[in-house]
Each structure stands twice: as C-alpha cells, then as structure tokens.
Design a protein around this ligand. Structure first.
Ligand code: EPU
Length: 428
C-alpha cells in the first residue's frame, strides 16, 4: 500500500506540464473498438484508469503496444467476442463505454455494471434509454448488462437530464447505425468534443459536439489514424488551486485556457491572479484569498470534478463560503478528512458551508475518491506539519506522476510504501 507523506508549507513555484485528459482518454481508448484499422493514440495520460481500459481491450483480444508511456498503438481487429471481463470492468466507471462501442461493432455487448469513484448511486438508465431508441433490447443478469440489436437504426434521443457518459454511449451506438441520430440535451464537456473529433478524423459524421444537439449520421467504415488527446482540464485546475493555496507562483503549461474559464473566473473572484496565454496560464497570489459562493454545473459551468479542490482553498479564505454540488449524491465525503486538519465545514444535503480559518494543520487522512484525494493533497501542501494520505490508489486513477510534478515545483511530498496496518511515524 502506498501513501503520500507531505510536509506542508512550501510555496509551489516554477512550472508544470499538463497530461492528456483522463475522461477523454478512457472514451477514446474504448472507441478504438469501432475502428476498422489500427490507431495510434498520443498524449494518453499514464494513469491507472487508462491502463485498465487498455487491459480490457487486451484481454478481449486486441493488440496493445506502448511506444512510450503516453503513446499506444491499438489494433482491435482481433476482438471476436462482445464480452467484457468481469473484474477489470468493475474497477472503473468508464467500462460502461464498452456497452456503446461493442453494440456499435457487434450489435451486442455484455458488460458488468461499472465501478469507479463512489460518489453515490450511479445509474445508467439514460445510456440504456439511448440504446433502446436505436433499436436495442437490454437485460441485466447477475450484475452484467446485456444489450442486443438485430440492427441499429438512427433515431431521436432526448436525455431527461445532462449526462456525460450517456451522451458518449449514444454517440458510440449511433456512429455506425443506419441513418441519422439526433441527441438532444447532450452534454457539452471538452472531452465530448475531443471524442467527436477523434471519430470524425476516422471518417465518422458527427456534428454539433460542444452544443446541446449532436447529430450523428451512421457510416460503415472507420479508418485508422494517429490522434493526440486534449490536455486535462481538471488536472490543470487542480494545479491552479494548489498554486493559490500555497500562495505560490506557477506557470501551468499545455492547457486550453478556454476549457479553464469557469475555474479561472472563480479563482479571480477569490483574489487569485490568473494570467492567460495561448497554451498556458500563470497563477499567483498577492493579497488575501476571499470567500466565494460556488455551484457546480455541467460544462461550461463550474465542474463537480473541481469542487473538492476549490472547497479546500475556501477553508483558508477570509469569510464564509457556500458551495452547492448536486450533480452526484455524495461528493462531500472528503469533508470529514478536512475537518481532521482543522477546516470548519458543515454539510447539509448537497450544500457545504465553509468558514475560513487562519490555516490547516497536517493530519493522517484517507482519500475517499479521486478528486477528494486531490483536495487532500492541496490541504497537505498548504498545512503546517505532516499530512499522511492513505488510499492513494484513488488519486493514481487520474493524476499522472502527481508527486513528481509537485516536487519539481518545490513541494515536500513523498510516495512511500507501507505494509498494510503499518503507520508511518509522523514527526515534525
Ligand atoms: N445519471 C443517471 N443516469 C444515467 C447517467 C447519469 O441518473 O444514466 C446521473 C448520475 O448519477 C449523476 C448525473 O446523472 O448524478 C451526471 O452523471 P454523468 O453521466 O454526467 O457522469 P458520468 O458520465 O458518470 C463523468 C465523469 C465524471 C464527472 C461526471 C460529471 C468520466 C469517466 N467520468 O461521469 O468524472 O464527474 O461526468 O462531469 O468521464 C472524475 O473524473 O473524477 C469523475 C468522477
């Protein structure tokens, strides 16, 4: 079991380069099932979620060759069966994407109910609704979803609410269906646009990605290409907040500043200086960090995946802030851990009231999910004393080389191995 040990108090200074976007990469790796030739994916983040996705393809018969840690040559032509292996699928949310891609290719898919971050109940009824509208039937037997269609026929799909995964799966099922599919109330996240760009470069006909109406005209053949994945909006936002929390001065490179707008706006409201350049942003702090009221929304609103990190910064802001996050049932599980570090936060339903304190103090804490873990790292970096973070496998699902990137900016963070039940001596 690995843990992070952080000796807090160092300002982050210098620069950090952002990796490829996790949520684009997991969709695009799964999308290679639809491709009729080999593909080369570049800028794939070296994180456990993308490794698991590639492993699922490999176990199903695909050939996977890493030419370096961020570039994969994938050839899925040898996949002969639409069955996703049980244990791997259960370990990540994005395994649901194999429903859409296998349905698109084989007109049938067997996928164990997906796992991923425990953010409360995470149903896939809207994904199933999309498949049903395109002519598929479904059943769930012993926790495995089975979808099947004699023929997929384009249709109109109206989502009851905005769903990123549902939108992606609808695109997957529609891309080789007969005729035109119109997806309404679609999600607009940058990774949906990236996925559509990837599929269109292979020969798909997808229009409107990035708006709430996406039109997909089915095609018969998708050719192999080389494709570079966009930078990770949430990884960039996490380092922006970390720079602010340590009162540092950091240039965050290899970003698309437009994707960071809702984060930039909120940091500026809190008195943080954010300068935008063509493909980088610089974050620094001169005056006090001020309170802010934030509500998470689907893109282009403030992302739920940045809520724990921004809330952590608000724990050391002047005044009382109110944070509302109702996208998932359970996105405030990290609050109990932050309280151990001296934060004053109360949560009622989906609203957190955060009373800023003068500073946090290091403590032994546990990552409860990916973004909660990122928030605890930020808390540890700006705390006095030592913070030990357990269950860092959650963090490694989504952040490439996080301790190395932070060390290069001056953070005192170590990744250490401990026997189960061992605790690291906390001194200083
Ligand atoms: N929902 C349903 N039924 C469905 C689909 C969604 O009730 O069929 C609900 C969900 O339970 C949730 C809401 O709708 O309450 C939104 O869910 P959405 O489908 O948009 O989320 P997702 O596809 O499961 C992706 C990201 C999450 C990110 C959300 C929201 C991936 C692999 N995951 O999840 O990323 O929080 O969109 O932006 O793309 C993360 O990276 O830390 C992460 C959790």
């Amino acid at each position: 079991m690995y843990k992070f040990i952080i000796n807090g108090g160092n300002k982050l200074e210098g620069c950090v380069s952002i990796s490829g976007a996790k949520n684009a990469a997991v969709a695009i790796v799964a999308a290679t099932i639809l491709c009729d030739e080999p593909c080369v994916l570049e800028n794939v983040p070296d994180i456990s979620d993308t490794a698991i996705c590639a492993k699922i393809l490999h176990e199903m018969g695909a050939s996977i060759n890493y030419t370096n840690k961020n570039t994969i040559l994938i050839d899925t032509r040898n996949i002969k069966s639409p069955v996703v292996p049980l244990e791997l699928a259960r370990s990540m949310r994005a395994s649901s994407y194999f429903l859409g891609t296998l349905l698109g290719r084989f007109h049938e898919a067997y996928v164990p109910m997906p796992g991923g971050c425990d953010l409360g109940d995470r149903p896939i009824d809207q994904h199933i609704k999309a498949f049903d509208h395109l002519g598929a039937t479904h059943e769930i037997v012993n926790g495995t979803v089975h979808v099947k269609a004699d023929m997929l026929i384009g249709n109109q799909i109206y989502f009851d609410f905005i769903t990123v995964g549902g939108t992606i799966n609808a695109i997957f099922a529609a891309v080789k269906a007969n005729g035109l599919t119109i997806i309404e109330n679609a999600a607009k996240e940058p990774h949906i646009v990236d996925l559509a760009n990837f599929l269109n470069s292979m020969g798909a006909d997808i229009r409107g990605a990035g708006t709430d109406v996406i039109k997909v005209r089915g095609v018969e053949y998708l050719k192999g290409i080389s494709y570079g994945i966009i930078p990770d909006q949430i990884e960039a936002g996490t380092y922006m907040v970390a720079a602010a929390a340590t009162r540092g001065d950091v240039l965050i490179k290899n970003v698309i500043p437009k994707h960071l707008e809702s984060i930039t706006v909120n940091l500026r409201k809190m008195g943080v200086k954010v300068e935008e350049f063509d493909d980088s942003v610089r974050v620094s702090v001169e005056g006090p960090i001020m309170k802010n009221n934030v509500k998470t929304m689907p893109h282009p609103g403030f992302p739920t995946d940045m809520q724990p990190q921004l809330s952590t910064l608000l724990t050391i802001a002047d005044g009382t802030s109110i944070v509302t996050d109702d996208i998932f049932d359970n996105r405030f599980r990290y609050v109990g851990e932050l309280r151990k570090m001296g934060a004053e936060i109360t949560v009622k339903d989906k609203i957190a009231i955060i009373q800023g304190v003068d500073g946090l103090k290091g403590a032994p804490v546990k990552a409860t999910d990916l973004r909660a873990g990122a928030a605890l790292i930020i808390a540890g970096l700006c705390s006095e004393g030592i913070t030990q973070i357990d269950d860092i496998f959650h963090i490694e699902r989504g952040y490439e080389c996080i301790e190395e990137k932070l060390q290069a900016m001056g953070a005192d963070i170590k990744r250490v191995y401990c026997q189960p039940m061992d605790s690291v001596a906390i001194t200083g």
